[in-house]
Structure formats: structure tokens, C-alpha cells
Design a binder for this molecule. Structure first.
Ligand SMILES: *[C@@H]1O[C@H](CO)[C@@H](O)[C@H](O)[C@H]1NC(C)=O
Ligand SMILES: *[C@@H]1O[C@H](CO)[C@@H](O)[C@H](O)[C@H]1NC(C)=O
Ligand SMILES: *[C@@H]1O[C@H](CO)[C@@H](O)[C@H](O)[C@H]1NC(C)=O
Length: 462
């Protein structure tokens, strides 16, 4: 017990002191839900926040194409190269396995040469738009952990929208727009993820970075998850603590990376020139050889295992929770309202287990809240977030821990853990606006490190 406490304090300190050092941190994996510990009363279980490992999610999806008959080969067709209308040696025939290009080939093993790919029919009905929706469904909420990468075997499309759904395909939101000319295609100014910041990370942008015109040889389109994480965790994602802290307290941020379905809306194929060559429409089509989606089942920090059974993903819930996402308390364990686990305090988080119902009373009264009313704090799981703990002294700079859910900070400080100088937020520290430099010279490098480590939650406006 004492050893583990010492170790967590040590881990925090190591983190603080290594923010600028070049080795990766080894804690904060959230890969166990409980461990046995020895106390004066003997062996007891200690519960902590836990989540499944991140993995290749394309193994668990269902793919649907719209229109359903858009795949090439029925009837058989001959294709030409985009760059050369007279090079027409690509044949698609759905009834011949070696010449068929069904949708499954977007998700098969890619190490083969030539690579296998899905291919659409050609744009023979030009000028009617050639549009295809590719819908990927998991029937389960998943959290994206790495870039979505789509590899086009044809040129990259001139216009495309990546969309997401959080409600099993009932409603859709755009995730990112892709175009050779964003203004022309979507009336949006072109941007890249690098133009965003912590404050604008949720902005939906149109990018020209992956268009036909730009690096003609590249076949790849990204949806940049890691670059977005890096606004919180630093360029090499070493400071995952900051990201996790932020995900814990900002529901919109966590939801941004959560999906049940993705949709790739192909709106206009690669043309490669300004005008469509109407005499050689067999040059225009879509072909995709690979789609990468990495993520993990969303289990609300109550499970490390997500099983795939009867073509369905389900969390194997611990902490006496239940449901596909561990989203409620088990029967007879409704002694307090259900809560997701919390990443805080780092490194083990808080399990927020469901506790036995008070069976003699039957259903506990609705007003049986053991947590204070902090709904005014816009945190995503306010009831349980064990933000601070007097024993571990998580509130910084003289802040005091209030009911484990918030730090009450001295006037000069702010942030979840009072880690941040209030003047920094308003930009009025010292006279020079180069406040990092200024603060360092005033002799509080540790504070700055902590601020970097813990993020700047209170200054975020989502
Ligand atoms: C693709 O899906 C969108 C909604 O996300 C819909 O408006 C559009 O009609 C669909 N296009 C095709 C070709 O099915
Ligand atoms: C859940 O319930 C079982 C009994 O069914 C109990 O042994 C266990 O300790 C409980 N776990 C938690 C995390 O409360
Ligand atoms: C909790 O606080 C909010 C706003 O501060 C208020 O509207 C609400 O009525 C309060 N709820 C309870 C149960 O006191």
C-alpha cells in the first residue's frame, strides 16, 4: 500500500521532471481493472480505471456501399489509366475471381504485389456525378486512437467528405472535407490540421493536402487523430497524462474521437486535369486498396476486454457494471448512480465501481447522491471524477481538495489542479508578452512543467 503510494508520487514526479527528456513514460496504460493488495485487514481488491488495448478495428466492421451496384465488373468493363487514355489494360469482371474487385479487398492483408483493391464502375454517365458512399459500421461505440488512413489505387478523389456517426448511423456529422479546391467544392477556405490549436481542435476543416494536385504520386489520405492528440500530449505524444486529463474533463473532446460508424463520401473522382475528357470516360473511377482504422471499444473505463462474438463487439464489464459499453450498474449494484471511470488521478485513475443496492430499502431514493452538486463545472463525468486526494497532495500551489472532485485554488492560481498561474490565462504575467520566458526568469520552471503536464483545462473553450 505505502509502496504503491510512494510509486505513484514517484511516477508523477518522474513525469514532471521528464517532460523535456527523451524517453517514453511507462505508466498510464490503464490495462488492469483490479489488483489484490495487502492491508491490515488482509487481502483486498483495489479497483482502478481500465480500458481495452487499441487495435485494428477493420476486423470488426461491416461495410455497405451506396449505390449497392456501384462495384465494377457487372457487366465486365475495361479501364484506362488516368494519365494515359490509351493505356486500357485494366479489366474488371465480377464473375472471374482474379478480375473482380469486391469491397472486402479494402480490408484484406496488404503486403501483396500487385495490391488488391475495391474498384467502382467508370464515370460513363458523365456529367451525372459519380458518387459513392462507403459506410463502415461497428454497431458499437469505439474510440479512435490513430489516424484513419485510406489508400487509393486510382488517383485521390477531387472531392470527398469523411463523416461520422455516434448513434449507429441515425445522424451523421462531417469529420473532414477533402478537395483539390476547397473553396470551389465546399465554399470553405483550405486548412491543414497544423493550422489548428488546442482551442480550435474540434473545428471541421477542408484540406487540400491530400488532393490530386498535391504530390501527384501519393495515394494516401489521412484523418489526423495523432496530430490532434499532439495539441495536448506534445509532438511525440509523450505526455499522454495531459491528453487523458483533458479527455476526462471535456466531454466534447472525448466524443470527437468516438464513433459507431464512419462514412467515406466519394463525390468526384480524380480527374487530374481541369476538364473531364468526355471521349475517354473509362479513365475516371474510384479504387481503394486499403483502409486503416485503429481504436478501442469504448467501455467507459470499466473493462480491458472487448469480445467479438456473433459478429458483435461487447465489453466484458468489471466493477459490477453491465451493458455493451459498461454503461450501467448491474442488478443489485445500484447503491449509487452509475458513473464512467476516470483517468484521474494519474496514473491509475478512479474505478467508480457500482456498489451493492441497499436491499432492505429496495430501490434507493433518487436523492441519494453522495456527491456535491457541481453540475456548474462543465466536466464530462462530474459525479465521480476523483480529481484530487489530500493524501497524494494532488492540488498544487496551496490549493485544497474539496470532496475529491475539485481543487479550491488560491486567488493567483487556476486549472484543475491549481497548476496554472491565473495571470497566464489572461496573458498579463509580467510586462513582456513572451510569458514562458518571463515566468522562467521569475523562477518557476516547475510550475510551467506542471502546467504543460496537466494541460490547461480551464482555459479551454469548446
Ligand atoms: C450518401 O450519404 C449522404 C448522407 O450522409 C446522402 O445524403 C447521400 O444521398 C448518399 N449518397 C449516395 C450516393 O447514396
Ligand atoms: C462485484 O460483485 C461481486 C459479487 O457478485 C463482488 O465479489 C465484487 O467484489 C464486486 N466488485 C466490485 C468492483 O465492486
Ligand atoms: C445544481 O446546480 C445547478 C446550477 O448551479 C442548479 O441549476 C441545480 O438546480 C442544482 N441541483 C441541485 C440538485 O441542487
Amino acid at each position: 500500500m505505502y509502496l504503491s503510494r510512494f510509486l505513484s508520487i514517484h511516477a508523477l514526479w518522474v513525469t514532471v521532471s521528464s517532460v523535456m527528456q527523451p524517453y517514453p513514460l511507462v505508466w498510464g496504460h490503464y490495462d488492469v481493472c483490479k489488483t489484490q493488495i495487502y492491508t491490515e485487514e488482509g487481502k483486498v481488491w483495489d479497483y482502478m480505471a481500465c480500458q481495452p488495448e487499441s487495435t485494428d478495428m477493420t476486423k470488426y466492421l461491416k461495410v455497405k456501399l451506396d449505390p449497392p451496384d456501384i462495384t465494377c465488373g457487372d457487366p465486365p468493363e475495361t479501364f484506362c489509366a488516368m494519365g494515359n487514355p490509351y493505356m486500357c489494360n485494366n479489366e474488371c469482371d465480377a464473375s472471374t475471381p482474379e478480375l473482380a474487385h469486391p469491397p472486402e479487398l479494402m480490408f484484406d492483408f496488404e503486403g501483396r504485389h500487385p495490391s488488391t483493391f475495391w474498384q467502382s464502375a467508370t464515370w460513363k454517365e458523365y456529367p451525372k456525378p459519380l458518387q459513392v458512399n462507403i459506410t463502415l459500421s461497428w454497431s458499437k461505440t469505439i474510440e479512435l486512437t490513430d489516424n484513419i488512413v485510406i489508400t487509393f489505387e486510382s488517383g485521390r478523389p477531387d472531392q470527398m467528405i469523411l463523416e461520422k456517426s455516434l448513434d449507429y448511423g441515425r445522424t451523421w456529422q462531417p469529420y473532414q472535407y477533402y478537395a483539390t479546391d476547397c473553396l470551389d467544392a465546399f465554399h470553405m477556405d483550405p486548412k491543414s490540421v497544423k493550422d489548428l490549436s488546442q482551442h480550435t481542435v474540434l473545428e471541421i476543416i477542408c484540406t487540400e493536402e491530400y488532393s490530386t494536385g498535391y504530390m501527384t504520386n501519393s495515394k494516401i489520405i489521412h484523418f489526423e487523430i495523432k496530430d490532434r492528440f499532439a495539441f495536448f500530449a506534445g509532438p511525440w505524444l509523450r505526455n499522454m497524462a495531459s491528453l487523458y486529463g483533458q479527455l476526462d474533463t471535456t466531454k466534447k473532446l472525448r466524443d470527437f474521437f468516438t464513433v459507431t460508424d464512419l462514412r467515406i463520401r466519394l463525390l468526384r473522382p480524380a480527374v487530374g486535369e481541369i476538364f473531364v475528357d468526355e471521349l475517354h470516360l473509362a479513365r475516371y473511377f474510384y479504387a481503394i486498396s486499403d483502409i486503416k482504422v485503429h481504436g478501442r471499444c469504448k467501455c467507459n473505463l470499466h473493462a480491458t476486454v472487448c469480445v467479438y462474438d456473433n459478429s458483435k463487439l461487447t465489453c466484458e464489464c468489471e466493477h459490477n457494471t453491465t451493458g455493451p459499453d459498461c454503461g450501467k450498474c448491474k442488478k443489485n449494484y445500484q447503491g449509487r448512480p452509475w458513473s464512467p471511470g476516470s483517468y484521474l488521478p494519474i496514473p491509475k485513475g478512479t474505478a467508480n465501481t457500482c456498489i451493492p443496492s441497499i436491499s432492505s430499502i429496495g430501490n434507493p431514493p433518487k436523492s441519494n447522491r453522495i456527491w456535491p452538486n457541481i453540475s456548474s463545472l462543465e466536466v464530462s463525468n462530474p459525479k465521480q471524477a476523483n480529481v484530487c486526494d489530500n493524501e497524494l497532495l494532488h492540488c498544487q500551489n496551496g490549493g485544497t481538495c474539496h470532496n475529491n472532485v475539485r481543487c479550491l485554488c488560491p486567488a493567483a492560481y487556476t486549472g484543475i489542479l491549481c497548476e496554472k498561474l491565473r495571470c497566464e490565462e489572461s496573458g498579463s504575467c509580467g510586462s513582456d508578452s513572451d510569458s514562458d520566458q518571463g515566468a522562467l526568469q521569475r523562477g518557476c520552471p516547475q510550475l510551467l512543467l506542471l502546467a504543460a503536464l496537466l494541460g490547461t483545462a480551464s482555459s479551454l473553450v469548446f
